[in-house]
Write a protein that binds this ligand. Structure first.
Ligand SMILES: [Zn+2]
Length: 449
């Protein structure tokens, strides 16, 4: 262990010499969450899991934070707090730094509380908050010289990664559920070397196949959990800067990455001594009832979630398939922890409640000139319906400040769809053959074996 720490220090010396003007007083590194291992990695590599013990990693910030805000308006204004070494490697496309608007007209419905909306769906290039992680992960890829990138998602995240990678000219392989094809409008940039593969299978089978595809074909799996978490820490920084007196932070969740990252951002600020722990907003997570397993588990006091707890069969016509997370099992302990620590709440709403209150919210936004597309995604409707439900149960009071992160899709008026490069069934698909076929075929095709 001593050997590794010395190694880290010597590497860091090189790093800070190279970028002496960048983050001179603040050191950022990746640290194993297993306290018995405690292995550390600097920013020179993208590490999925600890190479020594296989545990998850987390970013640590040590030293003095200068509180310098860069002279820019996007999320990179907080460059010092983001795990990237050199500003030349930033690919932003105008992500983050989203406006926070006050929606006085819904106050009566929420017991007189003040509702604020962070408008990620309007600000971000592919119209969802997922662009935050795409910008940070693809900037890391650029800095580390990574290419031939493999990833999976229910749509929004993968679309965002593809868009940013296409701007950098990188080759990508995106796996997503066939059931989410209706979300895949041609609003994003996609070059010939940006492959999209639809998987006609259970969502939980997509991740293992994607990893196997990367391994067998010697490609790069990207987006470690701790990098994604740090991407959503930027939401906390922007809330802290724009709305410092915030009682509640609300987000619709699939697996809870957003709130986990938001809480991590506040934890970073507390450790850097610029935020009081008692001032961290209480987290409120809203789920769609059909995929509300985390809400059920938390409210029934479960310690853990296992794969067996997930429903085996989902309806072919899910109300909101985007929220059918590929990863609730892994994230549950972290989500439980941040809900406990922030004295938070998690609940779920059914389609009837969602359409009743959610569509009212869509109309309210429309009167403000803000267009959302419920036919592409209902996450924002679910979020608002959850707030109304909690308000009716006595949750909020007059004068409370509630910040909603705008989930769902905006900034998209396209009516045409991207063609997949392949449609596969993971049970019968050979990953090496798939790679060969993708590179052979010019247009879309259906894999048969
Ligand atoms: Zn470890």
């Amino acid at each position: 262990m001593i050997f590794h720490i010395i190694l880290l220090n010597s590497k860091n010396k090189t790093m800070s010499n190279k970028n002496a003007s960048k983050k001179d007083d603040l050191e950022i590194y990746q640290s194993c969450k297993n306290i018995e291992c405690n292995e550390k990695y600097n920013l020179d590599e993208m590490v999925m899991l600890c190479k020594k013990c296989g545990s998850q990693l987390e970013y640590k910030f040590k030293g003095n934070y200068s509180r310098k805000i860069k002279d820019r308006t996007d999320l990179w204004k907080n460059f010092e707090l983001i795990p990237l070494q050199n500003t030349n490697n930033i690919i932003s496309l105008g992500v983050g730094g989203s406006k926070i608007i006050s929606l006085e007209e819904v106050s009566n419905e929420i017991n007189g509380a003040n509702i604020f909306l962070m408008c990620d769906m309007m600000q971000n290039p592919t119209g969802t908050f997922k662009d935050r992680e795409a910008s940070i992960i693809l900037s890391r890829c650029k800095e580390l010289g990574l290419d031939n990138l493999v990833f999976y998602s229910t749509a929004n995240t993968g679309r965002a990664y593809t868009h940013f990678a296409a701007h950098l000219g990188l080759t990508t392989y995106m796996f997503m559920p066939m059931q989410c094809a209706f979300k895949n409008t041609d609003r994003i940039k996609k070059n010939k070397n940006n492959f999209i593969i639809y998987v006609d299978d259970r969502y939980s089978d997509i991740a293992p196949f994607t990893k196997l595809f990367a391994k067998k074909n010697n490609l790069t799996s990207i987006a470690p959990m701790h990098d994604r978490i740090e991407s959503y820490a930027t939401v906390a920084y922007e809330q802290f800067q724009q709305l410092p007196n915030c009682d509640y932070f609300v987000q619709t969740i699939a697996s809870g990455m957003g709130p986990i990252g938001f809480f991590k951002g506040h934890t970073n600020l507390v450790e850097l001594k610029i935020q009081e722990r008692s001032n961290i907003p209480k987290l409120i997570c809203i789920q769609s009832e059909e995929s509300g397993i985390m809400a059920k588990a938390y409210n029934e006091g479960w310690e853990k979630l296992s794969k067996e707890d997930l429903p085996v069969n989902f309806s072919k016509n899910m109300f909101e398939p985007t929220l059918n997370s590929t990863n609730p099992v892994n994230n549950y302990p972290d989500l439980k922890n941040v809900l406990n620590q922030s004295k938070g709440t998690i609940t779920s709403v059914d389609p009837i409640l969602t359409m009743k209150h959610g569509m009212e919210f869509v109309q309210i936004l429309k009167r403000r000139g803000i267009v959302v597309r419920p036919e592409l995604e209902k996450s924002l409707l679910i979020e608002y319906a959850g707030i109304v439900k909690l308000a009716k149960s006595g949750k909020f009071k007059k004068g409370d400040n509630i910040l909603m992160l705008a989930c769902g899709r905006g900034n998209d008026n396209s009516e045409s769809y991207l063609e997949p490069n392949a449609i596969i069934n993971v049970g019968s698909q050979d990953p090496e053959k798939l790679f060969v076929e993708l590179h052979k075929t010019k247009s879309s095709f259906q894999m048969t074996s």
